[in-house]
Design a protein around this ligand. Structure first.
Ligand code: LMR
Length: 394
C-alpha cells in the first residue's frame, strides 16, 4: 500500500520555512510564514500567556478529557471576544478545534456533508491552504476577484460582480479582517454592500478570522464579522488564537455555527461535536484554557490587550517606515499601499521571478505570490528590504 503513495505537492509557505532555515547567509531576512516576531527576531510568549500558564501548572488538578466541543467557557469567551453581543448567544453553536486551520477544515467538511452542491467562493488570492483543503475534500470551489493589481487595494466592483454570479446556497469565504495574503481590506460601507448581496442572493457567509487585533484594533477588527453575523440568517465562523495570543503551536481555534432559529442550535452543536469526534475526538485543551484564563480575568485580559496593541502599533510603524523608505529610494508613491494595508501581510504584487531574485540575490524570503510578513522586519531591516526591492526593479 505505502509503496503506491505519490509525493504530495509542497505547501509553498511551509517549503519557504525550510529553505530559510537551510540558508547559511547571516544577513538573510525571513518574511515568509505568518508568525509575529519582535524587533529582536523572537516570537515571544505573551506576558499574559506566561502568567495564565503558570496558574494552570499550579492549579490544574486533572488532565482528563473535557468534552467534544472543548470547555464551554472557552466557547463563551471566544464568542464574546469575536461577536460581542451582536448575535443572540442561543443561536450560536461553538466547538474548539486544533487551530484556525482545524476550524476551517471542519467548516468545509460540514459544507461538504450538508450541501454537496454548494460552491465555495474564495477571494483571488486567498490563503493557499483554503483551496488546498477544499480540493482535498472534493468541495466545488471557485474564486471571486479581490485584489486590484494596479492599486493594490480591493477590486470591490469586480468582487461584487463575481459574487452576483453565485447561486443561492453557495458559501462565500470572507476574511474577517487583515486579509491574508494581500493586506487589502474592505471598509464598513463595502461590507454592508456585501451583506446586502448575501441577503439578496441567499448566499451563506463563512468568515475566517485569524488576525483580530492586528489591523485597526480588537473591536475594530471584529466589526465586519459582527455586521455580517448579525445581518444574515446563517453563518460559519472559523477563528484562530494562534496570532493574537501567540499560541501558534498549541493549536487553538474555534468553529462557530450561527443558525437562524435558536431551536436548531442544539442540532448544529451536535454536528460540530460529531465532526470533532470523527476527525480527532477531543480538541486540544491547553491553549484554549490559557485563552479562557486570560479573557475571563480582568487584569490578565487588560495586559494581553495592551501587549497586543503594542504589537499592532509596532507593525503599523514598520509599514509606515517601509512605505516612506520606498518612496525616498524610488522617487515615487507607488508603494504607498503598504501603509494603507492592515494586518501581518502585504502583497507587493510582483512576479514570482522577482521574488526569487530577492531570495537569491539578497537573502530575502517572501512567499512566491509576493506576500511579505511585515512582522518579520525591524527598523534595521526595513531599509535593507526597501533597497533590495528598488534595486531589483520591482
Ligand atoms: C500563514 O499564512 O503564513 C500562516 O497562517 C501560517 C500557515 O499555516 O500557513
Amino acid at each position: 500500500m505505502l509503496i503506491k503513495l505519490k509525493q504530495q505537492p509542497a505547501d509553498k509557505i511551509l517549503a519557504l520555512m525550510a529553505m530559510y532555515r537551510d540558508d547559511p547567509r547571516p544577513t538573510k531576512i525571513d518574511l515568509g510564514v505568518g508568525v509575529y516576531k519582535n524587533a529582536e527576531g523572537v516570537t515571544p510568549v505573551m506576558r499574559a500567556v506566561k502568567e495564565a500558564e503558570r496558574r494552570l501548572v499550579e492549579e490544574q488538578t486533572s488532565k482528563a478529557y473535557v468534552g467534544l466541543a472543548g470547555d464551554p467557557a472557552y466557547g463563551d469567551a471566544m464568542v464574546n471576544l469575536i461577536l460581542g453581543t451582536s448575535v443572540a448567544r442561543d443561536r450560536i453553536a461553538a466547538a474548539a478545534t486544533p487551530g484556525g486551520t482545524g476550524a476551517v477544515r471542519q467548516a468545509f467538511e460540514l459544507i461538504h456533508n450538508t450541501s454537496p452542491d454548494a460552491t465555495v467562493w474564495v477571494s483571488n488570492p486567498t490563503w493557499p491552504n483554503h483551496v488546498s483543503i477544499l480540493n482535498y475534500l472534493g468541495v466545488p470551489n471557485t474564486t471571486y476577484r479581490y485584489f486590484d493589481a494596479e492599486t493594490r487595494g480591493v477590486d470591490f466592483e469586480g468582487m461584487l460582480e463575481d459574487l452576483a454570479g453565485a447561486k443561492s446556497g453557495d458559501v462565500i469565504l470572507l476574511h474577517g479582517c487583515c486579509h491574508n495574503p494581500t493586506g487589502a481590506n474592505l471598509n464598513l460601507t463595502q461590507w454592508q454592500a456585501v451583506v446586502d448581496l448575501l441577503l439578496e442572493r441567499g448566499l451563506i457567509p463563512m468568515i475566517d478570522i485569524a488576525y483580530q487585533g492586528f489591523g485597526d484594533g480588537l473591536e475594530e477588527d471584529a466589526a465586519a464579522t459582527r455586521l455580517i453575523a448579525s445581518s444574515v440568517p446563517e453563518c460559519l465562523i472559523a477563528a484562530s488564537c494562534s496570532k493574537n495570543f501567540g499560541v501558534y503551536r498549541e493549536r487553538t481555534g474555534l468553529l462557530m455555527g450561527i443558525t437562524e432559529d435558536a431551536g436548531n442550535t442544539g442540532v448544529v452543536q451536535g454536528n460540530l461535536n460529531h465532526l470533532n469526534r470523527q476527525n480527532f475526538s477531543f480538541p486540544p485543551d491547553h491553549g484554549a484554557r490559557v485563552v479562557t484564563t486570560i479573557l475571563t480575568d480582568e487584569t490578565l485580559r487588560a495586559d494581553w490587550a495592551t501587549e497586543l496593541e503594542a504589537t499592532r502599533l509596532g507593525m503599523l510603524g514598520l509599514r509606515e517606515q517601509l512605505a516612506s523608505e520606498l518612496q525616498r529610494l524610488s522617487g515615487s508613491d507607488r508603494f504607498g499601499f503598504i501603509a494603507q494595508h492592515r494586518g501581518m501581510f502585504s502583497q507587493l504584487g510582483t512576479t514570482p521571478d522577482m521574488v526569487e531574485r530577492l531570495r537569491a540575490e539578497h537573502g530575502i524570503y517572501m512567499v512566491s505570490d509576493s506576500r511579505l510578513n511585515i512582522a518579520g522586519l525591524n527598523k534595521v531591516t526595513v531599509p535593507i528590504l526597501a533597497k533590495a526591492i528598488v534595486d531589483t526593479g520591482i
